[in-house]
Design a binder for this molecule. Sequence first.
Ligand code: GRF
Length: 207
Amino acid sequence: MSMRCAIFASGGGSNFQALIDKRNSGELHAELVLLISNNSSAGAFEQANRQGIKSIHLAPSHFETEIQYTEKLLSILESDRIDLIILAGYMKKLPIEVINRYRNRVVNIHPGLLPAFGGKGMYGSRVHEAVIAYGAKISGITIHFVDEEYDHGPIISQVTVPVFDNDDPHTLAQRVLEVEHDNFWKAVEAISEGRICVDGRRVIGNV
Ligand code: GRF
């Protein structure tokens, strides 16, 4: 049976759109049940509306305490029978209770090759700036399960792209984003189909 997914997105939502496209073309069999965003002006809301995907604006700042926020989040995930959480450009850290409840069922995509160029504060164009400044010759994407540390959980897949002499953060970001769109759905599909399993830090199986 295919997994029921909740997508968390804070921004443009191009990865969310790429997942929608793969679902609509019949290549991705996981169900895209729910969008959650902390940002009321996230582009992802429009995409969800167009597709008839339920969406919820939910942010820690809506609650007096972190506990109330966590309880609400867990109750939403439970009532929609969510199996898998997909972080697609989500800028908030998930509460530890959610990570524990969904251990190895929260997946994130990072626009760099972890463990380099990752960690707290390393997101978006900062990653590409750092890659270029360091003089790295390759960059790429890392799709990984989420644990309690930033950009740290078991790696599901990595794909590289070249860094060219004349790259700036923008041109590199474009090349990386294209690879994100081509590959994120494959990891989601592999999880959803039960094709991979986690053994310590190692994710075994074919994506
Ligand atoms: C992507 O680069 C992804 O790697 C990172 O956030 C960005 C989201 O882009 N986690 P988009 O909102 O999907 O266009």
